[in-house]
Design a protein around this ligand. Sequence first.
Ligand code: PMP
Length: 401
Amino acid sequence: MPIAFADRLNNVETSAIRELFKLLGKPGIISFAGGFPDSALFDVDGIRIAANAALTHEPGAALQYGATEGYQPLREEIARFMGNKGCTDLAPEQLIVTTGSQQALDLLGKTLISPGDKVIVEGPTFLATIQCFKLYGAELISAPVDGDGVQTDALERLIEEHHPKFVYLIPTFGNPSGALLPEERRRKVLAMAVKHQTLIVEDDPYGDLYFDAPPPPSLLALSASVPGSRELLVHCGSLSKVLSPGLRVGWMVGPAELLSKATMCKQFSDAHTSTFAQATAAHYLKSGRMQGTLERVRKVYAERARAMGEALRRELGAAVEFVQPAGGLFIWARLTGQTGLLTDGAELAKRAIENNVAFVPGAPFYASNPDLSTLRLSFATVGLDKIEEGIQRLGASLQQA
Ligand code: PMP
């Protein structure tokens, strides 16, 4: 007998990207497809010391069930970590710990989205967000994005037209766009939140991965100077991209009422984020090693981003256009079709796999009206030589008849 699955699954397809990932085990392949940090950069010694400290100093708490809101010493460390990034007025009680920021997105879906509710996202946006919000029955509306992130005038028109339940943005080195929203646009977003009384969700797992200069303050940091905006803002953070995704430690800052509903839902979901992971993360943040780790990973990703940008310009020339990212893990590029070359990202991805190089075509990152000519290339896990070689292969794949 066929299993009668819940209706909510009708709204969601398995990701097109999953099919591509099956091919990535091919020997000799150079992959720009992942969305991961480089595991060679993990501060294994620091995490080992932190895990040992957790087991030595508070074995009971680190191995026992814990509070759904999160392990208090970690909430304090996260508040301090955020304080160093301009959120100086954040109290530990104003955030809850989540199992990765992915869980924060799921809790937002659970607590806010009823079937048919409208949610505005960027076009393009994080694929798992699209899938997650659709699972709760959201009707997603895409706001246009340019090299500077979401276009605020267009966003405001969409808010006026659709009265969304909330707006979901990745303002800093977005996945997949790599774009950085300038401070002026950030202030406009906060002003329109207040003017239209619209909830804004800021997803910020990449803000610490800047290359040359720090990005403008987060929406959360800026909200302190925009009266009325803090009560309309949710901020999701994560240790995944800067320390380790395997720890599954993220957090969510938001209005007290929303955090309380999200905590209730989390209780029925995983009871709490791993206490061992939380105690380890707390000791790690307390140890003061994070600054050194951040400096090290920023330097490596900056070199790789530069190498990939240069190789793309050299090997693909006017056949691609992209904005050189100032941080994060991704270059978002568009095939221009110059000199009659291919403009279909998915077709190029197929050819590229045959030539032993992988990337993700951009279309699945759009909730609607996909730009089929887009590509997401991650430089994060590939060494400089392999970046050169991989982009040469990509260039050859594009030239192929
Ligand atoms: N948001 C964005 C924009 C992401 O790119 C990711 C990870 N790829 C996440 C959230 C989830 O990260 P995690 O659950 O590991 O914190």
